[in-house]
Design a protein around this ligand. Structure first.
Ligand SMILES: Nc1ncnc2c1ncn2[C@@H]1O[C@H](COP(=O)(O)OP(=O)(O)O)[C@@H](O)[C@H]1O
Ligand SMILES: [Mg+2]
Length: 311
């Protein structure tokens, strides 16, 4: 609906205008809210500012580009991020929001759920199910191009996200609501053991990081999710029916990557030249497993705090 007409109508009757706009958007599917995707910027940001995550970089940029190319996708984009703490999962999810919406992560169409905050009591799971379902529905009616980010999936009450199942597949376009244009991002640490173990084996076999077998890793992660009762996807129909477009493994970071994180954060703070701090922070992290010490146990998570210590 043209802004002018809307403004005119708005003066007369805001309720009518709101309803007309909703109807118009639903029928024409031309109103894309605050949706201003810039896939090139997203790719640039991913490849420049995320270290050691070639799989996440490739999968996220390819899936998003592919999904947005299609003006009428037949199902939503569903990504599930897995890996240890501090490896960049939240960082990548915020890059998505930042490059898809005019007002970046503060866009009203980027919805973030944190179970400890939004779904704190497991005994209220039935209530939460109703709330989550109607919340997602309501938001998609308002804006089909919405992003839903579910963080800390391992703390999600079991069965809760299964209410999303009807929205994640190739659903029909229901009156007033198109469920197929949404993007869902699930984030959790489940799968970290298998990802990290494969990476250690890969390293011990003398292979490059980039030689890790993605398909095998994704299958192992999916299997772990389905069989772990604290994964948020325990025996979930979402996994069983293969409604996740892609599982995205986040790899453990080595000292080289930690030091890249330090350099990047130092330069943001105007202290580029402090190679002594880079060395000190890199050396102060804990690396595992005991023989080898290949990977930082906290990824880049403690970097900011340690910079304060050594700067
Ligand atoms: N692979 C990475 N590349 C660049 N920075 C990273 C990476 N992983 C983590 N960081 C930085 O470390 C901090 C924690 O990362 P975060 O994305 O919150 O980790 P996660 O969500 O996987 O636990 C952030 O400041 C983030 O920018
Ligand atoms: Mg996180």
């Amino acid at each position: 609906m043209s802004t002018l007409r809307c403004v005119l109508l708005l003066g007369l009757c805001p309720a009518v205008c709101g309803l007309l706009q909703t109807l118009y958007c639903a029928w024409s599917q031309r109103c894309d809210c605050d949706f201003k995707p810039n896939v090139r910027d997203l790719e640039w940001d991913l490849y420049k500012n995320v270290y050691g995550q070639h799989l996440a970089q490739d999968i996220v940029s390819e899936e998003v580009a592919w999904f947005l190319q299609n003006k009428s996708p037949d199902r939503p984009l569903v990504l599930s991020f897995h890996g240890s703490s501090g490896t960049g999962k939240s960082l990548v999810s915020s890059m998505l929001g930042n490059h898809l919406y005019g007002s970046a992560m503060s866009s009203p169409y980027v919805h973030q759920f944190v179970p400890t905050l939004h779904f704190p009591s497991p005994q209220h799971v039935d209530e939460y199910k109703e709330q989550l379902k109607s919340w997602v529905k309501g938001n998609l009616t308002e804006c089909a191009r919405s992003v839903f980010i579910f963080d800390e999936m391992e703390k999600m009450p079991p069965g809760l996200v299964d209410v999303l199942e009807p929205f994640l597949g190739p659903s029909h376009v229901v009156f007033l609501t198109n469920y197929r244009k949404a993007i869902y991002v699930f984030i959790g640490t489940t799968g970290e053991e298998v990802i990290n173990r494969r990476m250690v084996e890969n390293r011990q076999a003398g292979r490059e990081r980039e030689e890790i077998d993605l398909a095998e890793l994704q299958d192992a992660v999916a299997h772990t999710l389905y069989t772990t009762n604290t994964s948020g996807f325990f025996q979930s129909s979402i996994v069983k029916q293969k409604l996740v477009t892609s599982f995205v493994p986040f790899l453990p970071l080595s000292r080289r990557h930690v030091e890249q994180c330090v350099r990047s954060q130092l330069s943001q703070r105007g202290s580029c030249g402090r190679t002594d701090v880079v060395e000190a922070v890199g050396g102060d992290m804990t690396y595992a497993p005991a023989p080898g010490q290949y990977f930082s146990t906290t990824g880049c998570k403690a970097v900011a705090a340690k910079i304060n210590l050594f700067l």
